[in-house]
Design a protein around this ligand. Sequence first.
Ligand code: ADP
Ligand code: MG
Length: 702
Amino acid sequence: MIKASALTEEFGSLVFNDKVMRDRLPKDIYKAVHKTIEKGSHLELDVANCVAAVMKEWAVENGATHFTHWFQPMTGLTAEKHDSFISPMDDGTVIMEFSGKELVKGEPDASSFPSGGLRATFEARGYTAWDPSSPAFIKDGSLYIPTAFCSYGGEALDKKTPLLRSMEALSNEGVKLLHLLGYEDVGRVNTTIGSEQEYFLIDKDDYKRRKDLLFTGRTLIGAPATKGQEMEDHYFGVIKPKVSEYMHDLDEELWKLGIPAKTKHNEVAPSQHELAPVFETANIAVDHNQLTMEVMKKVADRHNFACLLHEKPFEGINGSGKHNNWSVCTDTGLNLLDPGKKPAENIPFLVFLMAVIAAVDEYAPILRLSVASAGNDHRLGGNEAPPAIISIFVGDELAEVLKAVEEGADYQGQGKAQMSMGATVLPHFTKDNTDRNRTSPFAFTGNKFEFRMPGSSVSVANANIVLNTAVAEEVAKIYKKLEGVSKDALKDKVMEVLKETLAEHKRVLFNGNGYTDEWVEEAAKRGLPNLKSLPDAMPYWISDESIELFTKHGIFTKEEIHSRYEILLENYSKSVHIEALTMQEMVRKDLTEGIVAYEKDLTKEIIQKKSVLEGAGCVLETSVLKGLEEASGKMFEALEKLEKDTKTAEGKTETLDTAAYYQQTVLEDMDELRKYADAAEALIPDKYLSYPTYGQMLFSLR
Ligand code: ADP
Ligand code: MG
């Protein structure tokens, strides 16, 4: 385990970070790289050559023999292809080389990555381009260079490119507006993200014995254990020793990679945990979250665990999400979502707050879509995650501030309340301005918004691309309304614009309990969309409004939007298809084997006993046997229906129609089949099953 005293040295020891660059690069080169990172200016080849040479030297010193461009194609995962640094000499020896060209550009064969029709498979060429704003790092003996990935025609084939574009759009619009408001020293507006990551840990052997977990990441059958999460004894509970060892090891690996892992605790469901990092600039935070997920799995393997990142690995208990804490901050150090001591007078805060409220209301369907996946559909709308309806929680104090804005009244402010706990030995402290609301999908938490809808396994890039772009658009709208107003009249005009914006969008504000049926009804009355599944939401992605938004700000071309539409739908259908086949196999083979073996033993027992007891007795055995027969009979019918409907789905070609069929028919069939499979499983002793039960998986770790 890492010594506490060595932590500051270990942190970032495998990262080619700013300090390494400052120490090792010639001064002018360092400055040039910095300019590129901060201002997005173009990097000259001679600068790249110099950086590459220094990077290679540093990487080799730290044990790297290879380098790889590292990118995030539309699979949602990361991709890498390693080349060694070696360059053979005439005399049979090698030297280690790495050029600026190799640093800035890669040419992976792009034909096997999803492109959603952006190019035919024979047009294989794709490019990766170095993202100097996310630092390179060393992992498993290779130098990893974060890159963007595009096609030969220049279309983005990844998640980083549009994310960077969206950060730039928000920065451009933000700077314009801030200049207008008199903040002329602001040169850039940065998006910051801290993404809390939830996960499950189970025993590796248990994991390996379940085809559903192996192939799909979630359990497709499984009777509930007699204990679930109802005792509320896991959340923030004592961390078990083996899990604690894992968490230490995980932190250490992450720290070496410069990932600021900060908080760890047990989550609500048994065997569920969470890790939260300190927030960083959006594109670095996204890269770091991708790495975090990968390292979580790798370290789990070393500890004989499997780390499950699926949104809903188990029925009947909470699934896992990823809370996307989001804020905007100027290069002069001003957090634009920090209300400060006098929120009602804090113009930049009010303006940006209003832009966020308008953006979330106006583009709710697209924001909902940004977190849609086959896995996350199981989570949104259960009483554990926010519902599929998007609303904003602002808390009491801000609600008062907004009311004052609306009424054109003065807001006096509550001032910070003192908290006294009634025992003199306990310290007094000031209370936060807002309580928390865990049921809100989009909650203001003091100086940032927490978007709670993203699923645990997906890249948070999409959510932030949509958020940044939508807010950029609303900031631009506010700018337009204020443009040309004289300095003296500006403050009144700002208040007028805020009032208008609020009147238009206040329907999205909701401070109550988002898990109730009353809210679902109320939201419908307010006209807020409730898009329950990915196929329901998908048409909004290619709507005129969406195309207008993304093309206007240069985030996606129309072609890129359509390609993503195809990819998302295809991914969805493929995921459910694999689940359907896996479920069929598990029921037909594994569960059936258990049922048959147990029925055989029961029957034998009944026959023997009855012959001894001359036809009497066996009440228990007979009732279990009958129960099993009944459940398995229905199970068989449901299985046949699922098999038939899966075949029908395989014959479909139109992507939206196919996905809708998987959602409406195949998933329904799976639910029906699961009901009877679980009823049968509940009657069978564990030893007859070839796979571990819920009880075993969720409660066996020590
Ligand atoms: P809470 O407990 O209210 O969720 P924390 O302070 O623990 O608040 O923060 C949760 C996450 O939010 C952390 O990852 C943290 O780094 C991140 N965070 C804090 N401030 C910001 C900010 N300005 N921008 C983005 N994320 C932030
Ligand atoms: Mg939080």
